[in-house]
Write a protein that binds this ligand. Structure first.
Ligand code: ZN
Ligand code: ZN
Length: 150
């Protein structure tokens, strides 16, 4: 975990900037096909943060879809460069699933788990000792993570 508090970052064009004033609760690498599209890459990195710890400057646009696990997923992104900043489930608005690749002064935390590895690229090897799941984080694991951080 980084000692640089607050963590700071921005979208690619700099129109949207942010600070994260609290510690991230968890870090995931997601290999689902939607994350491959949104990152234009092999996976996306998602940091779970309290929405109240996330302070964004600049205007964002939103786009909503249903996630593979059947929940609403609202994506917040820069209207100019299109860079994704975070995702929010409107039914659980306390936590933002923050796109860690947009950080600029802080090292990303080491991932707690790899998700949706059933759709990961075959060359993409997960380091030993890091939990990985074929789909979403199982509810009992999610519960453990949240109790660890509360
Ligand atoms: Zn931008
Ligand atoms: Zn995903």
């Amino acid at each position: 975990m980084s000692d640089d508090q607050p963590m700071k970052g921005s979208c690619q064009c700099g129109g949207v900037t942010y600070e994260i004033t609290g510690k991230p609760l968890a870090m995931f690498v997601c290999h689902c096909t939607q994350c491959q599209k949104l990152s234009a890459s092999a996976y996306s990195t998602t940091m779970l943060v309290k929405l109240s710890d996330l302070h964004v400057t600049g205007e964002m646009k939103t786009w909503e879809r249903m996630s593979d696990s059947g929940r609403r997923n609202v994506a917040y992104f820069c209207p100019d460069c299109g860079n994704r900043i975070y995702h929010l489930d409107p039914e659980a608005p306390a936590f933002a699933r923050f796109k860690a690749g947009t950080l600029d002064n802080a090292k990303m935390p080491v991932p707690d788990a790899h998700l949706w590895v059933n759709s990961k690229q075959p060359w993409d090897e997960i380091p030993e000792g890091i939990p990985s799941y074929p789909g979403n984080l199982p509810p009992e694991e999610a519960k453990k993570l949240f109790s660890r951080n509360s």
